[in-house]
Design a protein around this ligand. Structure first.
Ligand SMILES: Nc1nc2c(ncn2[C@@H]2O[C@H](COP(=O)(O)OP(=O)(O)OP(=O)(O)O)[C@@H](O)[C@H]2O)c(=O)[nH]1
Length: 393
């Protein structure tokens, strides 16, 4: 499964700055020639401790013991109030959102933009309303799709004895909704055993709200913390969401300086080292960023990406190897691959991820740390180094 995060936010919230900073990779990390694939489609990296740090030899694929695992990130443009009714760029964002498994919502926490994204006096905007707006747009978008031909479809469900979750997922498949998402939401809203033909509009919207939460979980990047005075972040509150204060501008400055070789900076860190000659202007800028890092711990940008993948989407990283002693593949490459997999995945799932033939001819797996044999249903853990034994040629 390729992993895709969507980046959403109103104009001027700092979405483009966030996108640029998060897709600007250190040359040593990025083995991709281009981090920006299309204008709004790029590669970001999640960080995880590399298992090679437990060994005497380094794998050569991590940096300072941190492994960078690529994921896709899409800058979802055009989400403005009433976008679901075709306002702004209209429905152009839908295709992007369909691919996103989770969303990072960039909000201007310094409250210096209005509901449409126009600049206003700092502090006079309403970040809490900005958070709600996106929930509302997404649930109304789903509601309008679900509601299309629903009376006809719901009668068919009854007449042909179809499962409600299958019909709902089918109707919303274009939004990336699965049967599991629909099933969860039908139970969550107590609509599971009710007659779909009798659902009221309110009930359908409630259902879509639950489907949205399940199928597009969200992290809020409370951006521009550098422009906040006092405790402005408390302006942003959302009970069911993870809120991470960010300064996309500071992250972009650090990544740019790092790329230029002026500093050494590990994304997510609370500091950096000056590595080259710097001009007085650069020094002034970097000092300002240093104060921010001292006060906030980090720019928050990398944390958004890491937590979206590990917490919202509950992923683990697994390392398949062919030699359980050396932790290498056939050609002697140590820890050649790092796979992102859903927590709960089994040894057999890993075998299929490597190759369908290996899955089909699976015999057993070996935990490369303990050398224990593992059965096909054994549940993988984050950081596992695994050899798959199969009869596949
Ligand atoms: N102070 C501060 N300004 C920021 C930060 N991130 C972005 N900005 C500024 O906010 C303005 C809007 O940033 P963009 O990244 O272009 O915003 P956007 O949300 O992508 O806007 P559109 O491209 O119009 O959709 C720019 O002037 C940025 O420099 C931040 O962390 N702090």
């Amino acid at each position: 499964m390729s992993m895709t995060l969507g980046l959403a936010g109103k104009p001027n919230a700092g979405k483009s700055t966030f996108f640029k900073s998060v897709t600007m990779a250190d040359v040593e990390i990025a083995n991709y020639p281009f981090t920006t694939i299309h204008a709004n489609h790029g590669v970001a990296y999640i960080q995880t401790p590399c298992p090679c740090t437990e060994r005497e030899t380094r794998c050569g694929k991590c940096k300072d013991g941190i492994r960078y695992v690529p994921i896709d990130i899409i800058d979802v443009a055009g989400l403005v109030p009433d976008a679901h009714k075709g306002k702004g760029l209209g429905n152009s964002f839908l295709d992007d959102l369909r691919q996103a498994q989770a969303i990072i919502h960039v909000v201007d926490a310094s409250a210096s933009t209005d509901a449409e994204g126009n600049p206003i006096d700092p502090g006079s905007g309403n970040p809490a309303a900005d958070i709600e707006f996106l929930d509302y747009e997404l649930e109304m978008w789903m509601f309008e799709i679900l509601n299309r031909n629903w009376s006809k479809l719901s009668r068919k469900i009854r007449a042909e004895g179809l499962k409600t979750e299958e019909a709902v997922a089918d109707q919303l498949s274009g939004a990336g909704v699965t049967i599991e998402h629909a099933n969860y939401a039908l139970h969550d809203t107590d609509l599971y055993s009710s007659d779909p033909a009798k659902w009221t509009e309110d009930e359908m919207i409630r259902l879509c709200r639950s489907i949205r939460k399940e199928s597009k979980p969200m992290i809020i990047a409370a951006n521009k913390f550098d422009a906040l005075e006092g405790s402005g972040i408390s302006l942003v509150e959302a009970d069911d969401k993870t809120i991470i204060p960010t300064s996309a501008a500071a992250e972009l400055a650090l990544k740019s300086a790092s790329k230029a070789g002026v500093i050494q900076y590990t994304p997510g860190d609370g500091g950096f080292e000056v590595a080259g000659e710097i001009s007085p202007a650069q020094e002034k800028g970097l000092n300002a960023v240093k104060h921010l890092l001292d006060a906030h711990g980090s720019t928050g940008v990398q944390e958004c990406v890491n937590r979206a993948v590990f917490e919202l989407l509950d992923m683990i990283v697994v390392y398949p190897v062919e030699d359980e002693g050396k932790w290498t593949n056939k050609t002697g490459d140590m820890l050649p691959d790092a796979y992102l997999m859903k927590r709960g995945s089994t040894c057999k799932d890993l075998a299929y991820k490597i190759h369908s033939d290996i899955g089909d001819h699976f015999l057993y797996a070996v935990d490369a740390r303990t050398k224990m044999r593992l059965a096909e249903k054994h549940e993988l853990q984050n950081g596992d180094v695994i050899k798959i034994v199969s009869t596949a040629k």
